[in-house]
Design a protein. Structure first.
Length: 207
């Protein structure tokens, strides 16, 4: 994708963000789209009462900030790096031109949007009908890119507070289930990167 953008003549700007830094903030001008090349990013929304909720976790290859293409004037949420991240910033007008002039790119972007929509619908069903234990297991599998080659996957470093926000439960419940998953051998961590084993899927599938 970066090679295609370069060949298309579009001017992009490389953005590098340290862990914890903001890529854009809620309420800021929505005038560009970002392509995530490296790292992991959370999309968060802040309520008028000051409560923050994580609504999505994005990885390499994902686009973010695309709401500007649908007429959003201001960012509806914030994007924060949860691991050192590198992104390409594409101005709104350039992105619109790419979508209009390059059908293959337009198809790729549409596929991204449809996949994002399906993921949001699955997240909603998960929150409505599943227990906090199942929601945590599913979240860990998604964050660890379950489905890629291999049976053990490394998870980007996240605090239990952030996991609790993503799952919709308390930190104490996350801590309880994380200890349970480790005791059962579903996850492994001892100060380094957290490893998620494919056997954790049994928690999601269990009735």
């Amino acid at each position: 994708m970066p090679a295609f953008l370069k060949a298309s003549g579009v001017t992009t700007r490389t953005v590098r963000c340290a862990t914890g830094s903001a890529i854009f903030t809620q309420g800021a001008d929505a005038n560009s789209v970002y392509l995530l090349l490296e790292g992991d990013v959370t999309l968060v929304v802040l309520s008028p009462a000051g409560k923050e909720a994580v609504v999505a976790m994005l990885g390499p290859g994902d686009f973010l900030g695309e709401g500007c293409l649908a007429g959003q004037k201001r960012r509806m949420g914030s994007a924060k790096a949860v691991a050192p991240a590198q992104l390409l910033r594409i101005a709104k007008a350039d992105m619109q031109r790419l979508l209009h002039d390059h059908p293959a790119f337009s198809d790729h972007f549409l596929g991204h949007m449809l996949a994002r929509n399906i993921r949001i619908e699955e997240d909603l069903v998960d929150h409505l009908f599943n227990s906090s234990e199942k929601r945590l297991a599913r979240t860990l599998l998604l964050l660890a890119r379950y489905g890629n080659e291999g049976t053990t996957h490394l998870l980007p470093k996240l605090s239990q507070e952030t996991l609790a926000e993503m799952v919709g439960t308390t930190r104490s419940r996350v801590n309880f289930f994380m200890n349970k998953f480790r005791r059962l051998g579903f996850i492994e961590y001892s100060g380094g990167p957290l490893k998620v084993n494919s056997a954790l899927l049994s928690v999601v599938l269990h009735d």
